[in-house]
Design a protein around this ligand. Structure first.
Ligand SMILES: [Zn+2]
Length: 324
């Protein structure tokens, strides 16, 4: 299969006027790339490599232009994305998620903790806290009740509640003037339980692999790589970038790269590429239908009434226009 980024469709040689009058002239055609199910293979490979690695097509296009390599148009890329690439990513995620949830179910009840990042885009990372925090669960629930019932202000409640993260690590002074130290006596014997170490290793993402707090941070950093804040994506575009992040994270977390018997690193086979080129491209409908089941909320601006044009102009020109 051709792998270079040459992306022309079929090109017919041109002939000068004398040749056109020569009836014996032979028409020759050359193809710059093979086709897969009517898609020029190199074009689709370029789109897939760009999308599946979370790259920006506009940047890839600039890079190719600087290299003087012809590329596909924006329209072709976004067509590939909506028709084939997004359905492939979503389908693969659903397959991965099913397996991970089955594994989680075999381990019994899951005790979840959520970590929300309220920046743009907002996101939740859910983790299974059961293994490490099980001995602490009752105390943590009690502490939440105590934080609420003994505080005179919201700040004090939050400060007390947050202190539990230090307390379980045997740290009893806190960087918060609303609750600078724990109120309990020094803990000895039975009370001095299994203190947790920072960056607990046994926490794990819900539906994802093991990770500690440091790994959650790594996961968030990875999200920023796949979905940078300074770029606007469509709802499905953003969703697929989150899914790619989770799949990429799960693929690489806590797992050394496979090696051959002679110790050489084994080449990684990308399941997304396999799915796309061996199945989706031949019959995309079932994959597209699965993605169409995702509820796409209307844009926020659709909740506002659109002003009549003449009214908008009148308001803009009026010296008495209201800023309310
Ligand atoms: Zn304490």
């Amino acid at each position: 299969m051709m792998t270079s980024a040459v992306t022309h469709a079929d090109v017919t040689d041109s002939f000068d006027s004398d040749q056109r009058h020569d009836l014996t002239v032979t028409i020759r055609q050359w193809k710059s790339q093979p086709h897969i199910a009517n898609f020029p293979a190199g074009n689709l490979q370029l789109s897939a490599a760009t999308s599946f690695t979370g790259c920006s097509f506009l940047q890839i296009k600039k890079f190719l232009a600087a290299f003087n390599i012809q590329s596909i148009s924006d329209r072709t890329y976004f067509n590939h994305q909506s028709q084939l690439l997004h359905p492939t990513i979503f389908w693969q995620w659903k397959c991965d998620q099913t397996i991970l949830l089955q594994q989680a179910a075999q381990d019994g009840a899951v005790f979840l903790g959520g970590d929300m990042r309220a920046d743009n885009p907002c996101r939740y990372t859910m983790m299974d806290l059961k293994t490490e925090l099980a001995p602490w669960r009752k105390s943590i629930v009690n502490h939440l009740h105590w934080s609420c019932s003994t505080s005179k202000s919201g700040e004090e409640t939050v400060a007390k509640w947050k202190s539990v993260a230090n307390h379980v690590q045997d740290i009893h002074t806190h960087d918060d003037e609303n609750f600078p130290t724990c109120l309990h006596e020094p803990l000895i014997g039975e009370d001095a339980r299994q203190w947790l170490k920072p960056n607990v290793e046994k926490l794990k993402h819900c539906g994802e692999k093991r990770c500690g707090e440091a790994s959650v941070e790594a996961f968030h950093s990875l999200i920023l790589r796949f979905a940078p804040k300074n770029v606007a994506f469509s709802f499905l575009g953003m969703l697929c970038r989150f899914l790619l992040t989770a799949m990429h994270y799960n693929e690489n977390a806590d797992r050394p790269q496979a090696t051959t018997s002679s110790g050489e690193l084994r080449l990684h086979r990308d399941p997304l590429q396999e799915l796309l080129f061996e199945r989706v491209v031949e019959n995309p409908e079932p994959y597209q239908e699965l993605l169409q089941q995702v509820y796409v909320p209307p844009p926020l601006c659709s909740q506002y009434d659109r002003l009549d044009k003449s009214e908008a102009v009148a308001r803009h020109k009026s010296p008495l226009r209201s800023y309310g």
